[in-house]
Design a protein around this ligand. Structure first.
Ligand SMILES: Cc1cc2nc3c(=O)[nH]c(=O)nc-3n(C[C@H](O)[C@H](O)[C@H](O)COP(=O)(O)OP(=O)(O)OC[C@H]3O[C@@H](n4cnc5c(N)ncnc54)[C@H](O)[C@@H]3O)c2cc1C
Length: 536
């Protein structure tokens, strides 16, 4: 079937919902979510949203903190503009009913402001430790009541509708007219046509075996944009959280860095602490150093996890300071007042993505990218904590403004686009192939393209990914598409983009560390790694 709307938003996290609510003032909006409508990384955001909100703080300090974290690759103009748009965006959230934790009256200077690694001032607005859920609750509620917005959950976008499809034509001369979408419950592919398409598909954590991200994070948006011809930047910069619970039943559960802040000690299997060997601050070393140290210990010893031990603190303190972590671990049979938590570093945030301009516009006409899928220039080589929700809001607002401005001129050049055909594809009788390849991609990315990289590991990973990509490509054309197959096709492509960017960058910087090039080389490499499919 064919569906039409003025705006097609692929993704229902903070970026997609914000865009949808704004654009709905001017036209009809379809919002796609590939699983449950509320399942997104946004929903799990704990810490909060960074914005200058107190008299003790200043834009200049927030800018400086962001630039330092970004290790020389932030775009200063973008950093300045995003940070100065923080307060109005937060005010708009509050006007829509989002309740941040306060210390008294709900006035701007009365918010309870959190402090996080890399921030020189308290500036993290939060709703206890479930900020993302509070934001999604409010935005989702508003969007659901809006007659102009139609949600389609369990609808996974497969590919963008691009006109002309000829690969010899430069991306900026191409027009996006919507997307092919699989209704995964009805097992039917539909054509969603729209003069404005917005990628708001979130992150790529699932490319790795251990991740803090939910299952939806397979970076479909990057893969679709790349296949359509758009440029992709800085894919080597994957942020790893040092401590994700290692337990077969604890999918993606983060152990907050505050545990180390309150005295938690990472130990190897025989109980020996190791952080003192890696950094003068020992257990309180920055996030990336701890993640690197844990990864190194695991690789050296062949162990599956290390242990985060806070048992030396008073049990009552542990229960009251970390009620959620205590409860979650207890439900899995781990009493953290008496035993250490098994943890591993986990892929947490993707700094790179689809290159966009200041309005969220990609290289392809009528195609926008907002939120974690985009590379705006804000994060550079490393994201400052809690800047991502801010970036998503700012760019979703700008993309909505820009696409609304273009509404008049768009309809005349609406391309005629063919519907989906399945060709000779048949139902797969070999689902094991998909399951096996999923597992292999994630394992090889964790082992060879994780926190510590080397030329040899990257070359090995590249050879294996090329072989897997060939197999999966063939499988994709032979069999009818399913949710898992669509995700696997995207996952292997995104893995390839990460490996290739990592091989291009012959230095270590920010989140990318290659033991063969341990030093930062500003003369050669103070620049983005950019990939595109090529044309001409
Ligand atoms: C555990 C955790 C804690 C975090 N804590 C913080 C924090 O405290 N502060 C902060 O700033 N950031 C935090 N982050 C990062 C932040 O949450 C994300 O960067 C941000 O929420 C991304 O928002 P988004 O709208 O771009 O994507 P998401 O919220 O991930 O939404 C993606 C949407 O796209 C849909 N989708 C994906 N692919 C397709 C497809 N092919 N077809 C249809 N729909 C599709 C999904 O169904 C989903 O609706 C955290 C992340 C995690 C995982």
């Amino acid at each position: 079937m064919r569906f039409e709307s003025d705006f097609l938003v692929i993704g229902g996290g903070i970026a997609g919902l914000w865009f949808a609510i704004q654009a709905a003032q001017y036209g009809t909006v379809t919002v796609l979510a590939k699983k449950d409508a509320r399942e997104s990384s946004t929903n799990y955001a704990q810490g909060g949203i960074a914005a200058v909100s107190s008299k003790e703080d200043s834009f200049q300090e927030h800018i400086q903190d962001t630039m330092i974290a970004g290790a020389g690759l932030c775009n200063e103009d973008v950093v300045r503009s995003v940070i100065s748009e923080g307060p109005p965006r937060v005010e708009a959230l509050v006007r829509l009913g989002v309740e941040f934790t306060t210390r008294g009256n709900a006035q701007m200077d009365e918010f309870d402001l959190g402090l996080e690694g890399g921030h020189s001032k308290r500036r993290i607005l939060h709703a206890a430790d479930f900020t993302g859920r509070e934001i999604i609750d409010k935005l989702f509620g508003i969007a659901c009541e809006n007659q102009q917005i139609q949600f389609r959950d369990h609808h996974i976008a497969i590919d963008l509708l691009i006109h002309p499809r000829d690969r010899t034509i430069a991306p900026r001369k191409k027009i996006c007219g919507g997307a092919y979408v699989l209704d995964s419950r009805e097992k039917e592919v539909h054509t969603f046509v729209s003069p404005t398409t917005v990628l708001a598909t979130g992150g790529a954590g699932k490319v790795y075996l251990y991740t803090s991200n939910p299952d939806i994070a397979t970076r479909d948006g990057i893969a679709m944009a790349f296949r359509a011809g758009a440029r992709i930047a800085n894919m080597e910069f994957i942020q790893f959280h040092p401590t994700c619970l290692y337990h077969p039943k604890a999918k993606s559960f983060l152990i907050s860095e505050a545990v180390r802040g309150e005295g938690g000690i990472p130990r190897v299997k025989d109980n020996t602490p190791f952080m003192e060997r890696y950094h003068p601050k020992g257990c309180l070393a920055p996030r990336d150093i701890v993640a690197r140290a844990i990864d190194n210990e695991l690789k050296k010893r062949g162990d599956e996890c290390v242990y985060l031990d806070i048992t030396h603190r008073d049990p009552e303190f542990i229960r009251s300071r970390f009620p959620n972590i205590h409860q979650q671990c207890l439900s899995l049979g781990i009493d953290i007042t008496r035993e250490a938590m098994p943890v591993v570093p986990a892929a947490h945030y993707t700094c790179g993505g689809v290159i966009v301009d200041a309005s969220g516009q990609t290289d392809i006409q009528n195609l926008y990218a907002v939120g974690e899928v985009a590379c705006t220039g804000l994060h550079g080589a490393n994201r400052l904590a809690s800047n991502s929700l801010l970036e998503a809001l700012v760019f979703a607002q700008r993309a909505s403004d820009a696409s609304v401005r273009k509404m008049g001129e768009r309809r005349d050049d609406a391309p005629s686009l063919p519907d989906w055909t399945s060709g000779n594809a048949v139902d797969s009788d070999e689902s094991i192939v998909v399951a096996h390849n999923w597992d292999e991609v994630r394992r090889l990315m964790s082992n060879y393209v994780g926190i510590f990289r080397s030329n040899k590991r990257l070359e090995r990973a590249k050879r294996r990914i090329d072989a897997l990509a060939g197999e999966i490509h063939q499988y994709y054309w032979d069999f009818l598409v399913t949710n898992d197959l669509i995700e696997l096709r995207n996952l292997v492509l995104v893995a390839d983009l990460i490996i290739t960017s990592a091989m291009m960058r012959k230095e270590s910087r920010g989140l990318h560390y290659n033991i063969n090039y341990p030093v930062t080389d500003d003369a050669m490499w103070r620049r983005d790694t950019i990939q595109w499919r090529g044309y001409g």
